[in-house]
Design a protein around this ligand. Structure first.
Ligand code: ATR
Length: 271
């Protein structure tokens, strides 16, 4: 029996145990995945303890992702992003960040290649950092738009080392949206319980665009409802959650993750 886990605080509502246990079960693997509440102060002991106990791997969530950088050996992308969401123990204690690739694969699953596309990314927090680095590296032209423009500028400066990026505030959002192929909401706006909130409404959108919301609670956010009204292609946050997990699964096990099984497990719990 191999053990895996997600560390966070709070962590009891994490969907990762259901998602990974469904994957292990589907592949007939003798593995179990559990959630562990761990404070920032105990993170070092928890990671080294899991390593000593022979764990197969860990995920990290709020508020541990940034703190982990000083504890694990980070892969290049995790170091650039400044956060770790996946820890692998096969060759020492190595930290990865699969959030950005989760976003990229969620888009690809719907047939959208990011290379050469104009992406308008709303937000400049932790989730935005991971997405901005990944998509800029993959050849998208990324405009980072944030309520607090200084945070967008800081992130754009960091990301400009790996790809094409610029920063903006919310002043000129309508024009920016007219000029983009893919709009991604990486802010918490629209998340339960503020379910009627959205930064962008249908009158600002056009039908040839893709609207991707990383919020998955609720699944059908106000932003996605607006996108459908505008005739745009809507992609929900479940797909990013699933693909960041699928990539972690692949890193730990070397197996092809059963993505459909993982998605079904998550959607059932979100019902
Ligand atoms: P995370 O790590 O989950 O991305 P975060 O670092 O707290 O969380 O970032 C939250 C993001 O949502 C920020 O971009 C924040 O904008 P500010 O930098 O201006 O605070 C954005 N955000 C949160 N509430 C918002 C709101 N009501 N309107 C617009 N942006 C909002």
């Amino acid at each position: 029996m191999k053990l895996f886990g997600v560390l966070g605080d709070p962590v009891s509502h994490s969907l990762s145990p259901a998602m990974h246990n469904a994957a292990f079960h589907a592949l007939g693997m003798d593995c179990e995945y559990h959630a562990f509440r761990v404070s920032q102060d105990n993170l070092r002991d928890a990671i080294h303890g899991a390593y000593a106990l022979g764990f197969g791997g860990l995920n990290l969530t709020i508020p541990l992702k940034e703190k982990a950088l000083g504890i694990v050996k980070p892969a290049e992308l995790a170091e650039q992003i400044g956060a770790v969401n996946t820890v692998d123990f096969r060759e020492g204690i190595v930290g990865y960040n699969t959030d950005g690739i989760g976003a990229k694969m969620a888009l690809e699953k719907r047939g959208i290649k990011v290379r050469g596309k104009r992406v308008l990314l709303l937000g400049a927090g932790g989730a935005a950092r991971a997405i901005a680095f990944q998509l800029a590296k993959d050849g998208a032209a990324v405009t980072i738009s944030n309520r607090t423009i200084e945070r967008a500028q800081t992130l754009a400066r960091d990301v400009s080392r790996v790809g094409s990026t610029r920063a903006s505030g919310f002043d000129d959002l309508k024009t920016q949206i007219q000029d983009c192929d893919i709009l991604i909401n990486s802010t918490s706006v629209g998340m339960f319980p503020q379910v009627s909130e959205t930064i962008v409404t249908s009158d600002m959108m056009h039908r040839d665009m893709v609207v991707f919301d990383i919020v998955y609670n609720p699944v059908n956010t106000r932003l996605l409802q607006e996108a459908k009204k505008a005739g745009a292609k809507a992609i929900d946050g479940v797909m990013m959650l699933v693909y960041q997990g699928a990539e972690a699964f692949r890193i730990w096990t070397g197996r092809i993750p059963p993505v459909d099984v993982m998605e079904k497990a998550v959607r059932e719990r979100l019902k």
